[in-house]
Design a protein around this ligand. Structure first.
Ligand SMILES: NC(=O)c1ccc[n+]([C@@H]2O[C@H](COP(=O)([O-])OP(=O)(O)OC[C@H]3O[C@@H](n4cnc5c(N)ncnc54)[C@H](OP(=O)(O)O)[C@@H]3O)[C@@H](O)[C@H]2O)c1
Length: 228
């Protein structure tokens, strides 16, 4: 599959590297076609890797990942061009974190809204699927780094788009992906970052994730001694 990755940071590089490793053709996009980080990634990632502008990457991909700075994602997507994104699945990995007043950051979105929804509203002909934003960049393509099975979340308005991304996530190593429903699920997925950041500080590592357990899953009873 041809995949566009918008973003040259740690997330863009981690996602793009994994996608090339599992056999996809990936074009990394930046504001400038000669972006140095994209150049380094392209020369290191080998066959299947290429680079260009945001618009080049968006027009190249059958699926496009948004791995740009959360507070600049709408600008980056406008640069990618609605015409290059029309009808495509856009995987939104971004988090709307505002660090302008220092740590801890605040969400830059308004209450009752989210980045995923803003992107879907701004690009109504794009099928936005929010996922991967709740784990560290290095964990995205290597879920085993957390030391055991854990859960990823996904949401979006288009069932077929979610099903395609679920398959891609399985190729990337994710065994459990919980569908949170329509794109409004982004609100909780993005707000979770406030907890993620404090957990990061408390645990001293970014190699962690959550695992959801429910009554009936057998996980709780299996770890408890039998009564009597
Ligand atoms: N770091 C993590 O582990 C992690 C985990 C989960 C989610 N996320 C989210 O993933 C996204 C990417 O994170 P990151 O740490 O890899 O990189 P980042 O530094 O947040 O973003 C880098 C990308 O944003 C673009 N960008 C920056 N300012 C821009 C502007 N004014 N207009 C247009 N584009 C602009 C850059 O373009 P150029 O290439 O042209 O410089 C670059 O491609 C963020 O939204 C972050 O919250 C991060």
């Amino acid at each position: 599959m041809k995949i566009g990755v918008l973003g040259t940071g740690t997330v863009g590089a981690a996602v793009a590297t994994k996608l090339v490793e599992i056999g996809h053709e990936v074009r990394m996009g930046a504001r400038d076609s000669g972006n140095e980080k994209a150049r380094r990634w392209t020369s290191g990632a080998g066959r299947g890797a290429s680079q260009g502008t945001f618009a080049d990457a968006a027009s190249f991909g059958d699926i496009v990942f948004n791995c740009t700075l959360g507070t600049a994602s709408l600008d980056a997507l406008r640069a990618a061009g609605a015409e290059n994104l029309r009808g495509k699945v856009l995987v939104d990995v971004s988090n709307p974190l505002d660090f302008s007043k220092g740590m801890p950051p605040v969400l830059s979105t308004l209450q009752g809204d989210s980045q995923g929804e803003s992107i879907q509203r701004a690009f109504p002909e794009v099928r936005v699927v929010k996922t991967l934003n709740t784990v560290n960049a290095q964990v995205m393509g290597h879920p085993e780094r957390t030391g055991g099975d854990s859960d990823l979340f996904l949401c979006g308005n288009d069932a077929e788009a979610k099903s395609r991304i679920r398959k891609l996530l399985a190729e990337m190593g994710w065994k459990s992906v919980i569908d949170l429903g329509d794109i409004r699920g982004s609100r909780g997925m993005e707000a979770y970052l406030l907890l993620w950041l404090t957990l990061w500080g408390a645990l001293g590592t970014a190699d962690f994730n959550v695992r959801i357990i429910r009554a009936g899953d057998g996980l709780v009873s299996a770890s408890r001694p039998a009564l009597g």
